[in-house]
Design a protein around this ligand. Structure first.
Ligand code: KG4
Ligand code: ZN
Length: 362
């Protein structure tokens, strides 16, 4: 097992990649649908499926061309089978199954979230376990505890919006465009977070619960906009200082919440490595805050290069590699699972008098 073809179509990127030996990228092709969805300020599922259908064959062909191989040279295929949009997922799954059948190659289905966690393998030293993996994207905000590779326990998740979703919704409210995360990141650098204080309370979480909530923060931005009568930016207008201040204040609050939960989970689970992945892992403030936290904990933090933070197929092929090597196989009955969770072992919940958790593999 040397060359793995990865296929990803769970949301608004049609992607194919060829990976060698699990961690060397021979090709990483991503056809983004941002222009299709931009007028709507978010992903329109039916448009996403149709565009995947138009792009999938070409994207896989381009990946082979870039890697200078033919489809018959592939040793295995890894495809995202969830979570995601059902129509979008089915395009990638059907194409991967057809290729596996015709080429007689082994196939594995990959959880998109495990793919994001594997996106760190390309630009970093090997992860030392136990590890804590924070995945922050447009659809997910979670922290996973891994006592060893491919074992995951979900230890924190968002109770409402994902962090990336909150970035996108706040950007829409301020008339900043789509996707909002990179724009807010840029404007926040010119703003003063103290100049736009946001008032909100997080829902009370039980002791030992490290979950996130971003909907109160989003409402606080809305209230601030109403009280200060801030008009959304019109297209091509330069950003005002009050919008930059508000972007900085919102981003600071998101980063503070993510880091606070990561610090508490790290105290409890005592990881040897932190990883940060998903689209929001591109955020400059979040990257520097997590670096600072890792420094205080005296452990390394790994994140992917920017092109590998958002959805891509290299991470799917990387997650598929150890499974294919082990002989794991998906049948031709593989289908989409839109709401699949990532958790395959359990351990007792942390409690205030048992700060460090002992874990047991099932
Ligand atoms: O991982 P991803 O491509 O898609 C999902 O699996 O959801 O993440 C996309 C999300 C979007 O919400 C986008 O606004 C956010 O990542 N994002 C950012 C930044 N770059 C992308 N959020 C904050 N700061 C950024 N620099
Ligand atoms: Zn994703």
């Amino acid at each position: 097992m040397r060359l793995v073809l990865g296929i990803e179509s769970s949301c608004d990127e049609t992607a194919a990649a060829i990976i060698e030996d699990g961690c060397r990228i021979r090709a990483n092709i991503i056809a983004s649908q941002i222009e299709t969805h931009r007028p709507f300020g978010g992903v329109v599922p039916e448009l996403a499926s149709r565009e995947h259908l138009l792009k999938i064959v070409e994207v896989v062909a381009q990946a082979c061309q870039k890697a200078n191989i033919s489809l018959t040279d592939i040793d295995g295929i890894a495809v995202t089978y969830g979570p995601g949009l059902v129509g979008a997922l089915l395009v990638g799954i059907c194409y991967a199954k057809s290729l596996a059948y015709v080429l007689k190659k082994p196939l594995v289905g990959i959880n998109h979230l495990e793919g994001h966690i594997y996106s760190v393998v390309f630009d970093n030293p090997p992860v030392e376990y136990p590890a804590l993996a924070m995945v922050v994207s447009g659809g997910h905000t979670s922290i996973y505890f891994s006592p060893e590779a491919e074992k995951y326990k979900l230890v924190a998740h968002t109770r409402d919006d994902a962090a990336g979703e909150a970035f996108d919704k706040v950007a829409k409210l301020l008339g900043l465009g789509y996707p909002g995360g990179p724009i807010i990141d840029r404007l926040a650098r010119q703003g003063d977070a103290q100049a736009a204080p946001l008032v909100f309370t997080n829902p009370r979480m039980a002791d030992g619960c490290f979950d996130f909530s971003f909907s109160g923060l989003k409402t606080a931005v809305l209230r601030y906009v109403q009280e200060h009568q801030i008009a959304p930016l019109t297209p091509d207008a330069p950003p005002t200082s009050e919008i930059c201040d508000l972007a900085a204040s919102f981003q600071t609050a998101v980063v503070r919440s993510l880091i606070s939960s990561l610090r508490k989970t790290a105290t409890t689970y005592q990881p040897k490595t932190l990883t940060l992945s998903g689209g929001v892992a591109c955020n400059s403030a979040l990257r520097s805050a997590i670096k600072e936290l890792a420094g205080k904990l005296s452990i390394p933090v790994y994140y992917p290069s920017p092109i590998l933070t958002t959805d891509n197929a290299a991470m799917i092929a990387a997650a598929g590699f150890p499974k294919l090597v082990r002989g794991e196989r998906a049948g031709l009955d593989l289908t989409a699972n839109t709401s699949i969770k990532l958790q395959n072992f359990d351990l007792p919940l942390a409690s205030p008098d048992n700060k460090k958790v002992r874990y047991r593999l099932s």
